[in-house]
Design a protein around this ligand. Structure first.
Ligand code: ADP
Ligand code: MG
Length: 235
């Protein structure tokens, strides 16, 4: 069978909390093409982060299969997962997680030291709009600027996938919008597959594909033939 670039097949995840079993994912199926800009939407607790963490090799699945670029990552050993996380996956979180005593530039450089084929750091810093702020420490940057550093850090690794878990969750409206625009532009310009989690449904029109998650299951999948530019979306 021909596999998509990313494919989830009947993926289940059960967390065990003492005697209690929490079915975080209950048979999840979807596929994503290379270079797609994908939104994963759903209420808090729906299972969005679990999907992204498993796809990013940060968490294991209980059953099912996951393919990425022809490899079945759900069969990876922990050693193979280290390599996968290091070379193939860029991750952006809600709370930036920058090293506080390194400048913007140094934070990005640090990440490139552990990868195979990094992009030019100066160029990436420029791409995210931080050329003027490259020598500032995180405490001297706004939230939006810190998130740009985090995006640059993830991009500089030249990953196959850019996974973003609520990247605008801690930002105000306009800053959040600018960050989403940067992610959408990056997807288009770099041809990288970008997946963004949000609980904001107003964002749905910007995705090539929108995967709606509800109680650990896929509720629906929308394909937008003409995804909207973020700057045209009001929410
Ligand atoms: N490490 C964990 N241990 C136990 N339960 C977890 C863990 N991570 C997530 N869960 C539970 O799994 C469900 C889905 O969580 P999550 O994927 O974080 O949802 P979302 O990101 O959509 O808010 C929730 O009920 C959550 O409490
Ligand atoms: Mg979450």
């Amino acid at each position: 069978m021909q596999q998509a670039y990313i494919q989830f097949e009947d993926v289940k995840k059960v967390y065990h909390m003492g005697e209690v079993e929490i079915p975080a994912l209950d048979g999840v199926n979807f596929s994503i093409d290379k270079g797609e800009f994908v939104i994963i939407a759903g209420a808090s607790g729906a299972g969005k982060s679990t999907i992204l963490n498993i796809l990013g090799g940060m968490d294991s699945l209980s059953s099912g299969r996951i393919f990425v670029d022809g490899q079945e990552i759900s069969r990876y050993t922990s050693k193979e997962l280290i390599t996968y996380r290091r070379y193939d996956v860029g991750f952006v979180f809600q709370f930036y997680n920058l090293v506080q005593n390194l400048t913007a530039l140094e934070n990005v450089e640090l990440a490139t030291q552990i990868c195979r084929d990094p992009l030019d750091v100066e160029q990436v810093i420029q791409q995210v709009g931080l050329a003027q702020r490259r020598d500032n420490f995180p405490s001297q940057l706004s939230g939006g600027e810190q998130q740009r550093v985090a995006i640059a850090r993830a991009l500089a690794k030249n990953p196959k996938l850019l996974l973003c878990d609520e990247p605008t969750g801690a930002l105000d409206y306009n800053t959040g919008k600018a960050i989403l625009k940067l992610l959408q532009d990056t997807c288009r310009k770099n041809g990288i597959t970008v997946i963004v989690i949000t609980h904001n449904l107003a964002l749905a029109p910007m995705g090539d594909k929108v995967i709606h998650v509800k109680s650990g299951k896929i509720d629906s999948i929308e394909i937008n033939e003409h995804p909207m530019d973020v700057s045209l979306i009001e929410w």
